[in-house]
Ligand binder design. Structure first.
Ligand code: SF4
Ligand code: SF4
Length: 564
């Protein structure tokens, strides 16, 4: 019998969880606790479509497809293939009558398609020139609403194509589905604004130097682009896959549907309630509602009661901060279920994050395999000792409601490091990790402070009172911009997690020197190493021979005075 909390849980999860045994009832009650509280609403993105459909393909196939949908939508054809291009057509178009309706046909090859549902632009190659399809066909709307690309090699070959673009690539089932769906795409359609971007904490680039590109590298929808040191998110192309947010080291790109603080609170309540009632540690199973949900529903009766399924929008929408927090709250393990629909780029982004979390958990003596990507056939809890070693048990953490990724990571790692039995100072991490230090070779660093001006995270700083390079390790996201900016090649990255949180947040000194004072007025204005470097560089220059080299030892004001 379904209890009242059970029905709220079933509505949210899209799953009817059994409630025959005490642990199963504890799971239902815990999930009901997770549903308390509401997520901050996100904005919406709207698409407007009048139902103007462009079919791209060889003329006979395109005409036969038109027969299925004409009358319910307005069709145009871009007829491809040399056999379709009559000499007489020029840049104009002809019309064919299909089921009593005139269907305009333009001949040419599609070169480029930009846009999304309600606003596609198509560039066409016609003989020796390129033309915009809307212009060539005198379309009053200026754009196309929907595209059905019948090519074996579709023009848009991304893992997640824009809404309104259908490319069955020769698969008759997918063509059938597209023809079913296309007539329904007339009107206004809203979707949530899945991700948001905070340029002020992004480490993509500074002063022409490119640093972090992690989000650009993983977006399966090509919804992100690089724009003079910052990232631009096209909300119309974004499918909410979320892998950008999972790999972002700073939280500059973050998931809003729901936001991190809400997800943390839900998981904390679920885990605490289950620990309380079942007196055993649960595993959290994160599954995609749309694709994973129906698959999971078929196995739900055999799902062990200590695995608590929790619906998420997309597998890529969670990351290190949520997984580590779940372990900090007392979960035995976190299972992230992927399906055949999860984009390959997302799976590989998640795999790299899971590898990182394994190294962290292993270093924290908590068991390396407690966070895993799983398929439907691998739904077993993973104990902390699955890798054979003994693991520590940590008291459940109580933090929550925090939306800042770096802050959550700090809380989680600090909590999980409490009570370590070994006296290790840090955990060494692979290159590309979001935590670490920088090493400065004091023999070559001139304290020019070029790195200070480019660090986007405020990790490297200077000291207004004297030539000193400072560093706050907890701020460093290992973007590498300082390493690239250093004219002396004095900086190298050291990916690691320093376990002493107080030290991580302290200002350390990377390099310091006594100031060099002007030989005329005595004012400190640079460092001895900078003077030595300049003298080495300019000693062969005809303008700096003999006493002229002393100019370098004067401050700016005294240099001007000495000239007159
Ligand atoms: S810091 Fe985040 S948003 Fe900025 S480039 Fe890196 S991954 Fe993208
Ligand atoms: S210290 Fe260097 S690597 Fe670290 S955030 Fe600043 S620029 Fe990036």
């Amino acid at each position: 019998m379904t209890t009242e909390p059970g029905s709220a849980v079933a509505d949210y999860l899209g799953l009817e969880l059994p409630s025959k045994t005490a642990p199963q009832r504890a799971r239902l009650a815990a999930l009901a606790r997770g549903l308390e509280g509401s997520a901050e609403p996100t904005s919406l993105v709207s698409y407007n479509s009048t139902g103007l459909v462009l079919i791209i393909g060889a003329e006979p196939s395109a005409l036969s497809v038109v027969e299925d949908i004409v009358g319910r939508v307005t069709c145009l054809i871009l007829a491809t293939g040399s056999a379709s291009m009559p000499e007489s057509s020029g840049s104009g178009y002809t019309k064919h009558s299909v089921a009593g309706q005139e269907v305009p046909v333009l001949y040419g090859m599609p070169l480029q398609i930009n846009g999304y549902l309600g606003s596609f632009r198509v560039l066409v190659q016609q003989k020796n020139r390129e033309i915009e399809l809307a212009k060539a066909m005198n379309l009053a709307s200026g754009g196309i609403d929907i595209i059905l690309d019948l090519g074996r090699n579709p023009v848009i070959g991304r893992e997640r194509v824009p809404p309104g673009y259908f490319a069955p690539a020769g698969d008759s089932d997918r063509l059938h589905q597209a023809l079913e769906e296309i007539p329904s795409l007339v009107g206004q359609f809203d979707k949530p604004l899945y991700v948001q971007y905070k340029p002020d904490i992004c480490a993509h680039g500074e002063r022409g130097i490119t640093g972090c590109t992690r989000c650009l590298d993983v977006c399966p929808a090509e919804a992100l682009s690089s724009l003079v040191g910052r990232i631009e998110v096209d909300p119309y192309l974004c499918h909410g896959v979320g892998s950008c947010a999972a790999v972002c080291p700073t939280g500059a790109i973050h998931y809003r549907f729901p936001n991190l603080g809400h997800s943390l609170d839900s998981l904390r309540r679920i885990i605490a309630a289950f620990l309380d009632q079942a007196e055993t540690s649960p595993s959290i199973l994160l599954y995609e509602g749309e694709h994973g949900g129906p698959q999971l529903a078929e196995r739900i009766d055999t799902l062990p009661a200590d695995i608590i399924p929790w619906r998420i929008e997309e597998a890529g929408s969670t990351g290190l901060e949520l997984w580590l927090s779940a372990i900090a709250y007392g979960a035995q393990s976190v299972l992230i279920m992927t399906t055949d629909e999860t984009p390959h780029s997302t799976v590989s982004a998640l795999q790299s994050q899971v590898r990182l979390v394994s190294i962290l958990l292993d270093g924290l003596e908590l068991g390396a395999e407690r966070v895993r990507l799983v398929g439907l056939d691998q739904l077993n809890p993973i104990s902390g000792t699955a890798n054979g070693g003994s693991v520590r048990v940590v008291k459940p953490a109580s933090y929550g409601g925090i939306d800042e990724k770096r802050v959550v990571l700090r809380f989680a790692t600090e909590h999980l490091a409490t009570g370590l039995t070994s006296d290790i100072d840090h955990i060494t991490l692979p290159p590309g990790s979001p935590f670490g230090s920088v090493q400065v070779d004091a023999q070559v660093c001139t304290l020019c402070m070029g790195c200070v001006s480019v660090c986007p995270a405020g990790a490297i700083g200077d000291d207004k009172a004297k030539p000193r390079l400072t560093f706050v390790e907890s701020n460093c996201v290992q973007c590498g911009i300082c390493e690239q900016a250093c004219p002396e090649d004095a900086i190298s990255l050291v990916p690691r997690l320093l376990l002493d949180n107080a030290r991580r947040m302290q200002h350390q000194t990377l390099n310091e020197e006594a100031p060099f004072c002007c030989i005329d007025c005595g004012k400190p204005f640079t460092t001895q190493s900078m003077i030595t470097k300049m003298e080495e560089k300019l000693s062969g220059h005809r303008m700096f021979q003999g006493d002229a080299l002393k100019t370098l030892q004067r401050c700016e004001d005294c240099r001007v005075k000495a000239m007159f």
